[in-house]
Ligand binder design. Structure first.
Ligand SMILES: [Fe+2]
Length: 276
């Protein structure tokens, strides 16, 4: 295994691993430890079918199934197609701005895995902001404002957040929920800001405009270059990130570019699944 640091104190590339082969327990445990420590892990030049992708994800934890069931493939509900290709069934194109996955649910997804099949020459990057590093570098004034605060999360906190609005059944199944703004990692003695700007409605007792203004300050702090990793996609890339400790966004890309990624992920075990 060759390990290359990709950004300031987080995000590593792991070389010398073929994810299509079953990894022995020692190799898998080493990868999981590196991933948790570094929040984002990148593998290059991989070739995986859906079964291989899902089998790899399942070793990390219970498989992730998206809460918005109308987006799921009829073939394999653990795999979502992020795509603008015409022949892809139920492609997902939304989720542009900073967020952490499924943070609007009481027990959000732990890790997300993306696998690049068709990648644009220009744009369509995935950017990661290191929320654990951003917690450490928080200015004191900002830290005292958020240390004990919670935020109200919603799948649709404001109009037009989702390209495909929730249907009535989904809306009743996914009520608003509350999470702490400072979260401790489920396995490591590490705090981070827990932040999903796309899904936060309000922070603490602040009215919505003041919540959005505080949110803006937190985004500006967390997404500064010192805490940023920009992933430019190549075919065969597999990227795994820890939603407890990074937030991510996709950059836009020209309409003539083609982009097709597969996504899967995994939950925490029930006893660790609620953010604290
Ligand atoms: Fe996402």
């Amino acid at each position: 295994m060759e390990i290359t640091q990709l950004a300031n104190g987080f995000a590593v590339e792991i070389g010398g691993v073929n994810l299509a082969e079953t990894l022995n327990d020692a190799a898998f445990d080493a990868i999981k430890a590196l991933w948790m420590e570094n929040r984002v892990v990148v593998f290059r030049h991989q070739t995986l079918n859906d079964d291989g992708l899902v089998a790899f994800a399942a070793r990390f934890g219970p498989l992730f199934v998206h809460a918005q069931s109308s987006l799921l493939s009829s073939r394999r509900k653990e795999v979502m197609e992020l795509s603008n290709l015409e022949d892809v069934e139920r492609p997902v194109t939304h989720e542009l701005d900073w967020h952490t996955d499924q943070s609007y649910t009481a027990q959000p997804v732990f890790g997300t895995i993306l696998y690049g099949l068709v990648t644009p020459d220009e744009g369509g990057e995935t950017h990661f902001a290191d929320l654990a590093g951003a917690y450490v570098s928080l200015p004191e004034e900002l830290r005292t404002r958020i240390e004990d605060a919670t935020a109200v999360y919603s799948a649709e906190p404001r109009p037009k957040v989702r390209e495909k609005p929730l249907n009535a059944e989904e809306r009743s199944r996914i009520p608003d929920c509350v999470h702490p703004i400072v979260r401790t990692h489920p396995y490591l003695n590490r705090k981070s800001i827990y932040l999903s700007p796309l899904h936060i409605r309000t922070i603490g007792n602040l009215p919505e405009p003041d919540s959005l203004s505080l949110l803006g300050e937190l985004i500006e702090h967390a997404a500064q270059p010192a805490h940023l990793y920009r992933h430019r996609w190549s075919v065969g890339d597999v990227v795994i990130w820890d939603n407890t400790s990074v937030m991510h966004r996709r950059t836009s890309f020209p309409s003539h570019e083609r982009r097709h990624l597969k996504r899967t992920g995994f939950y925490l075990p029930d006893e660790l699944a609620i953010p604290v």
